[in-house]
Design a binder for this molecule. Structure first.
Ligand SMILES: Nc1ccn([C@@H]2O[C@@H]3COP(=O)(O)O[C@H]3[C@H]2O)c(=O)n1
Ligand SMILES: [Zn+2]
Ligand SMILES: [Zn+2]
Length: 238
């Protein structure tokens, strides 16, 4: 995990991840703190082959301009950009265009090898990594996706509580691990609260790990039962 913090956490980097396969490295969300986190890890940006985006908030896409510029002008290449089709237009028009537009560079594919994903469709992104975007509720009328990775790992990104989805993932689809955003103190508003997650049955809770938490997280350590915290700069196998 490049980070496990909430959007405004100061002691944790943004909840972004590096996913390693045998041959590639993919970044899952590239927020404002992503490059600082990579630097802290001693991980060169040139090691990144691909990026996958969940939604347009700075803690998830705020590092995309730096990624695009450095890849293009420092390394002379275009990383793969996997993005659900409905998000591709808004990603350029409402987020990246302001910084990246210059005469001859006027679209996402001037900076990235763009691969459009279809919501609800499982696609192999790179050898050994398949992703299915699931449109999930975060902020009313905001396009936002969670991902099922390799059929048995669910990454919520930012999600308001959706117990039926979690139940279906576990009971019908055999998802074994859920990395879920967790707002420690209510109200959740645009995220899922710890209290909401604690209301789930044990067989679901025991698959959940908590991420996207605020700076008060140390006060909750050891108090979240079977749902333990995901830690930044730790590696997890799935
Ligand atoms: N309607 C909204 C919109 C945003 N927010 C806060 O801003 C953050 C943006 O990044 P996030 O990780 O989605 O978390 C959001 C809320 O903290 C919020 O609390 N209510
Ligand atoms: Zn967020
Ligand atoms: Zn968000």
């Amino acid at each position: 995990m490049l980070g496990t913090g909430s959007a405004f956490a100061k002691t944790y980097f943004n909840t972004n991840a590096l996913i390693y396969t045998d041959s590639h490295t993919l970044m899952l969300d590239c927020g404002t703190t992503a490059h600082q986190s990579l630097h802290r890890l001693g991980k060169p940006l040139s090691d990144i082959d691909a990026v996958l985006i969940s939604h347009i908030h700075a803690d998830h896409v705020g590092g995309m301009e730096e990624l695009a510029f450095r890849m293009k002008f420092a390394f002379g290449r275009k990383p793969l950009l996997f993005v659900p089709e409905p998000l591709a237009g808004p990603l350029w028009e409402t987020s990246l265009k302001g910084g990246l537009l210059q005469d001859e560079f006027a679209a996402l594919d001037d900076y990235f090898e763009v691969r459009l994903l279809q919501p609800g469709v499982r696609t192999e992104l790179i050898p050994g990594l398949a992703a299915e975007p699931i449109r999930t509720a975060h902020i009313p009328n905001k396009i936002s996706y969670s991902y099922v990775l390799n059929d048995d790992f669910f990454y919520s990104a930012d999600l308001t509580f959706h117990p039926e989805l979690l139940r279906a993932l576990v009971e019908e689809r055999g998802v074994r691990t859920i990395f879920h955003d967790c707002q420690l103190k209510p109200p959740g508003a645009v995220h899922t609260t710890l209290k909401e997650l604690e209301s789930l049955p044990l067989h679901i809770r025991e698959r959940i790990r908590l991420m996207h938490y605020d700076d008060t997280k140390p006060q909750y350590e050891g108090k979240t039962g079977v749902m333990t915290f995901v830690e930044q700069h730790e590696r997890y196998r799935f």
